[in-house]
Design a protein. Sequence first.
Length: 404
Amino acid sequence: MNYFDRVNLSVSHNALYAAFGVSNITFGYLSGAYNWTYAMCQLPIGVLLDRFGVRRVGRISTFLWSVASFAAAVSPGIGGLFAARFLLGVGEAPTFPANAKAIGKWFPQSERGLATSIFDAAAKFASAIGVPLIGILLLKVGWRWSFAATGVISLLYFFLFSKVYRDPEDDPELTEEERAYIGGELESPVVQNEQSRPVSLGYLIRQRKVVGLALGFGSYNYVFYLLLTWLPSYLSFALHIDLLHSFLYTGVPWLFATVTDLIGGWLADSLIRRGWDASRVRKAILIGGTACGLGILGAANAHTATRALIWISVSIGGLSAAAPVGWSIPSMIAPRESVGTVGGIVNFSNQLSGIAAPIVTGYVVAATHSYTVAFVISAIYLLIGIASYIFLLGKIEPVPSPVG
């Protein structure tokens, strides 16, 4: 639901140019505006999640992001759109850390890969169907109604989430057998026996494993947001595809990414259940998937829509296969009561990349009238991310406890 709200801006690029004269550089800043407040909220949101829980924080956040979509629909100018995107970033800030925390509460480690891939794949699926559907809606009734439509969808989700979601300890329908199954394998003995209180943010942010995961995931999110915000414009401008077909073609890589996301989580769980070393399996998928992300270099030299879509699909598909493994790791390296905080640290890094990607791309496209340099920059960041997984994250195991 919240990715419908994110992609509607990328679909509206040409419409906003016609309405407000938005340049490529301004559009880059507008695309990144959401991530500014999203990033600022990540560290405090992690702490709030650990203190108040997924359900309470989640209800507030879903209501706020619904309001933000309606605000964008009635914005009188570019300033109003910036304000709406800032509010959207605040509202959606808890989503991924909350999901990581909920997965840690509801699933034993051997089942977290597939569980994580289901919620992460939904983000790709939203882009796969959201860009074409919102694009067609925009062409039929205008960009304001497309924003209003995502607001209605989000508000419906707010009521659904409020009614359905509970943590295991608050769910009256959870049987004792189910509770014992979850609790028996919920955390490794090291984590389970150590910290009953959250570890400080300052301590966690100094840990090599946390830094390595944050940098690696940041490189993934740079490519993700480059494509999320600029792919329709790239297909339309660089490959001279009409607007309707650019919306339809944009869904192809995201649909492929939805499938590979699910495969990545399933593969990790399947191999681990067969007795493969859990840390090596997760590291291999992380590194291999991120390496596939370098396929974006192929799109830099593509001259046809088919070649561009193939290379972009390889890139975002590989990164998506690695994503659910990455999102399952905070609950494996963090003390039990600090999973939300570690998730917030990782997502803070993600959103710094989410801020940079559309802005840097806007400047590069404006200066060079090409997307080649923008794609090369993203590939360099991916190489840094791969190195971080190898040398900083290391073995996937709990971080040491602070002394004293």
